[in-house]
Design a binder for this molecule. Structure first.
Ligand SMILES: Nc1ncnc2c1ncn2[C@@H]1O[C@H](COP(=O)(O)OP(=O)(O)OP(=O)(O)O)[C@@H](O)[C@H]1O
Ligand SMILES: [Mg+2]
Length: 489
């Protein structure tokens, strides 16, 4: 069992696993690899022994999703414990300048030097001994951890998109200029113009918020669980996410550790029923912010309450009731809003779909949930026909698959493709790839009881090493799903 250090973060016990006689490679394996894990990085986020001219960089931290857009976040240079790091700074300075890394960490396993790059200047930020780090690692951790890295990369990406957009506007204006027209042959112009149009459409679409109903009328296929953990993965990518629980079961609410009675009703807070029924209630009046400090994770949620089940008839009587949520979601600053409806197809489902501009369909790889997809597609089309904007199905996400039944999974996958092929509007629907599939894992089903998303499991001292490893596996899948969802919009 892990214990916490005085600053509340998990103890860095592994820092004590080397001796002055240890080799450089031992420092890499016993200190750096666990350190990266402790900072929240998965194995896909870093490379070791990266060839660089005639030499090799010991570690390059480079989250997969930003590889093409941002410089590496962190370079780590490792020395053997019997070498002083003060005499070896030139090498990491050179690497940081060459690869454009923002941060550097130079260590011999017992001394840790943090560096940062400003243009061509490398500045030492702090020096830590093992004892100092074990005693208080808060600043060290919050600077180097994955969530800081993703926030920085996201900011760079946004900035690049802004510059790109400005540049495209200038170029588009320039194309209307007669003297520039002459520089291009007609054919080239057309080609360039359509590429520009496509680029700016992509930017435009990315700027729009996605309001997604996680929809499958089959009960218990993992809608709520997927919604919570996917939202947390997106939040870790720096996206602003709101979750709306529109199911009277309030599973999403309780799954995030909010008790509808104590934390909402008795605390005189508002819930989804107020938002739907009372025209004076605005979106910001019903949002509950849930924070997990260990993980620097935050999710906004509109909680639900059992009384929603008694409101269905009131909702039905309301004028233009299907559009009640559309109106309330007009002004907000979220990148993603996920709506978690109940399984049956009642009033709140049509309210959710009407308010959405995309549908995400979770399913298990088994017969009944797959058959239910026919109905899901039909409903999506029916509601879509009443809407001003399109209501695309962003993809089918596989949940709770059995890792031991490969041939069964493949046969179910074929069946799923078959149903999509045969159903109206199903041909264009994308099934998210295998690396996004969420296996059936005990640790995933335990999270609602603990009231946290799977992202928080690594900080839970009550979990065994196996449970934490399983959580890491699930987490990687949700992260991939988040990346694919972003790509699909
Ligand atoms: N990947 C998983 N591994 C193991 N258990 C899971 C997984 N995903 C979900 N579960 C469990 O399956 C059950 C149903 O999941 P969930 O509540 O998310 O489904 P749902 O589709 O939202 O259900 P409902 O239709 O009632 O709203 C829950 O007990 C949940 O903990
Ligand atoms: Mg549910």
């Amino acid at each position: 069992m892990r214990t916490n250090s005085s600053d509340g973060s998990p103890k860095l016990e592994f820092l004590k696993s080397i001796t002055p006689q240890s080799s450089e490679s031992e420092v890499e394996h016993k200190i750096i690899v666990p350190l990266l894990q402790w900072l929240g990085y998965g194995s896909a986020d870093w490379r070791s022994q990266v060839s660089f001219g005639n030499s090799k960089l010991d570690f390059l931290v480079y989250p997969e999703e930003f590889k093409l857009h941002c410089p590496p976040f962190l370079v780590i240079e490792v020395k053997a414990p019997n070498k002083s790091i003060n005499q070896n700074g030139w090498q990491i300075n050179r690497y940081m300048r060459k690869v454009g890394a923002m941060l550097g960490l130079l260590t011999n396993g017992s001394s840790f030097q943090l560096l940062c790059r400003h243009q061509d200047q490398i500045v030492t930020i702090a020096d830590y001994s093992t004892t100092e780090l074990v005693k208080d690692s808060r600043l060290f951790r919050s600077l180097l951890c994955k969530s800081t890295c993703l926030k920085v990369c996201n900011a760079i990406l946004h900035n690049q998109q802004r510059i790109n957009q400005k540049f495209l506007t200038l170029v588009a204006e320039a194309f209307d200029n007669q003297s520039i027209h002459c520089l291009f042959k007609e054919r080239h112009l057309e080609q360039h113009a359509s590429i520009l149009q496509e680029e700016s459409n992509v930017i435009q679409r990315r700027k729009e918020a996605m309001i997604i109903t996680v929809f499958n009328n089959k009960g218990g296929v993992g809608k709520t669980t997927l919604t919570i953990n996917l939202a947390a993965s997106l939040a870790k990518l720096g996206k602003r996410v709101l979750l709306i629980d529109i199911d009277a079961q309030a599973n999403l609410t309780t799954g995030l550790g909010i008790d509808p009675l104590n934390d909402v009703e008795l605390a005189r807070k508002k819930d989804i029923t107020h938002l739907l029924i009372d025209p004076r209630i605005k979106l910001e009046d019903v949002i509950y912010t849930k924070r997990w400090s260990q993980n620097d994770l935050q999710l906004d949620i509109i909680p639900s309450h059992i009384r929603l089940s008694r409101m269905e008839s009131d909702l039905t009587r309301m004028v233009d009731s299907d559009r009640v949520l559309v109106k309330k979601l007009k002004n907000h600053s979220y990148d993603f809003i996920f709506i978690d409806p109940p399984p049956s197809f009642g009033k709140v489902n049509s309210i959710s779909l009407m308010a959405s501009n995309g549908i995400l369909v979770p399913t298990q790889l088994s017969s009944y949930p797959i058959r239910a997809l026919e109905y899901v597609l039909t409903q999506a089309q029916d509601v879509g026909a009443y809407k001003d904007d399109p209501l695309p199905i962003l993809g089918v996400a596989i949940s709770m698959y059995d890792q031991r039944s490969n041939s069964f999974n493949l046969s179910m996958l074929e069946k799923l493709k078959d149903i999509l092929e045969k159903t109206d509007g199903g041909k264009q629907v994308n099934i998210f790839p295998e690396k996004t599939w969420i296996p059936r894992l005990n640790i995933v089903s335990q999270c609602p009881e603990k009231g946290y998303p799977i992202q928080e499991a690594e900080f839970d001292d009550h979990l065994s090493t196996q449970e934490r490893e399983a959580a890491q596996k699930a987490l990687e899948r949700y992260d991939h799903l988040a990346a694919h969802l972003i790509d699909s919009i």
